[in-house]
Design a protein around this ligand. Structure first.
Ligand code: SAM
Length: 282
């Protein structure tokens, strides 16, 4: 069944006060990946995020707002946009927002959106394009932070390789601070990724604790770059490491055996972009 239909007749505004309301139960169920996958939907919290998402052309299924936000012109305008696009609008007491987001002091507005994945086959990197491939990323905070940093560094997007944490979980979406709406995300098995990688016309730079090349010594040039980052516990597996043109190490002092994945990704992105940060503000 089409996910949208289960979210009730579209284009209606209603006041809901019970946690047993079927629409509220459907949205609350999106806390679980199983339901997000079935519905192809996810929740994003905060009025700014919802407005940004609409401006970027994302499809909103339901807007939920706290009674306390009634009369706020931005909320009312967003509600009107939601209805105009065929979505539902629910006005609820704060305890329902708390239940949906599992948060005390929840934001007054949230949106339920349709998920989007970019097909891997549609990625054809051009000069200056920078893509990040993440091997089996497990931590939602790491993934969200990386998506946010990819956005800030002007990279093109993220490829999730193998079994990864869900980019559309509440925790990940929260950590992206809205960048989930701006950064294309693709996903692929390791095998499918390795087939696609063969046609990648540019430098494939893997990061590895046993890498022989210092990250500051690499000439990234103007061609496309694919940055490959390893799993938090195990690093890059042999098959992925072998597919890289260079294995790069970020030197470390002290006792830490490695850097946090999101920190290492941030360092690499800014190093690759050192001489060219497109559209950057000062
Ligand atoms: N125990 C893991 C290992 O042996 O690789 C540590 C993985 S580390 C937490 C996660 C990923 O961040 C690594 O696979 C690599 O991609 C990147 N990374 C972290 N520190 C790094 C460093 N000093 N040099 C290069 N890459 C690093």
């Amino acid at each position: 069944m089409n996910g949208r239909q289960t979210f009730g007749a579209p284009g209606r505004v209603r006041e809901v006060t019970s946690l047993a309301n079927p629409l509220v139960k459907e949205i609350k169920a999106l806390q679980l990946k199983k339901h997000r996958d079935e519905q192809h939907a996810f929740v994003a919290e905060g009025l700014k995020l919802v407005i940004d998402a609409l401006d970027l052309g994302w499809s909103i299924r339901t807007l939920v707002f706290a009674k306390s936000a009634l009369g706020n012109p931005s909320v009312e305008k967003t509600a009107a946009r939601t209805v105009a696009s065929g979505g539902n609008v629910l006005e609820v007491p704060e305890r329902i927002l708390t239940a949906i987001t599992r948060r005390d002091n929840p934001q007054a507005v949230l949106g339920v959106f349709t998920q989007r994945f970019m097909p891997l086959q549609d990625i054809h990197a051009a000069d200056r394009d920078l893509w990040v491939a993440l091997d089996r990323v497990r931590d939602p905070g790491n993934l969200g932070t990386i998506i946010r940093t990819v956005d800030a560094a002007g990279a093109r997007g993220v490829i999730l390789v193998g079994e990864a944490t869900d980019p559309f979980s509440l925790e990940t979406v929260r950590a992206t601070m809205g960048s989930v709406f701006a950064v294309p995300i693709a996903k692929a098995s390791q095998d499918a990724f390795l087939v696609w990688r063969k046609n990648f016309k540019g430098l494939v730079a893997g990061t590895h604790l046993e890498g022989t090349t210092d990250y500051r010594a690499v000439e990234f040039g103007n061609g496309p770059v694919l940055l490959m980052m390893g799993n938090e516990q195990q690093g890059l597996p042999e098959a992925l490491a072998r597919s890289c043109d260079a294995l790069i190490r970020i030197p470390q002092a002290g006792r830490a055996d490695s850097l946090n994945l999101a920190v290492a990704t941030g360092i690499m992105l800014y190093e690759i972009r050192r001489n060219a940060l497109p559209g950057a503000t000062a």
